[in-house]
Ligand binder design. Structure first.
Ligand SMILES: *[C@@H]1O[C@H](CO)[C@@H](O)[C@H](O)[C@H]1NC(C)=O
Length: 106
């Protein structure tokens, strides 16, 4: 019995740590269409910049609570969110004339 409880507890811990990491994928065109870029794992409260891989739209999944998107330019390193979405998965398109440059999840 004791063994079973331990196995269940460690299985729960393992799935919780997997859920802590979200995945983002950049796309060259709006609404997650066009050329697909690299996929990144992003961690909560860590600014993830796409650098040379800035994207017109980003598909995201596994977001625990919230994901913020930042456009290229003076606010690219997670200093002023242009768009905030809730947890889960979806696709976010940058405003006209801009690309997404960084994201921050929590
Ligand atoms: C997002 O960026 C666009 C282009 O700079 C701007 O017009 C819009 O007001 C920004 N939205 C927010 C919430 O900052």
């Amino acid at each position: 019995m004791k063994f079973n409880v331990l196995v269940i507890a460690s299985a729960l811990l393992a799935s919780a740590s997997v859920a802590m990491s979200a995945t983002i994928t950049g796309f060259a065109k709006a609404d997650c269409t066009g050329t697909k870029g690299k996929s990144f794992n992003v961690k909560p409260n860590e600014c993830s910049t796409l650098r040379g891989d800035s994207a017109k739209s980003i598909r995201y999944s596994g977001v625990p609570n919230q994901i913020k998107f930042f456009i290229s330019g003076p606010h690219d390193i997670c200093t002023r969110a242009n768009l905030t979405r809730g947890g889960g998965s979806g696709c976010a398109t940058a405003p006209p004339g801009f690309n997404w440059e960084s994201v921050l999840i929590s």
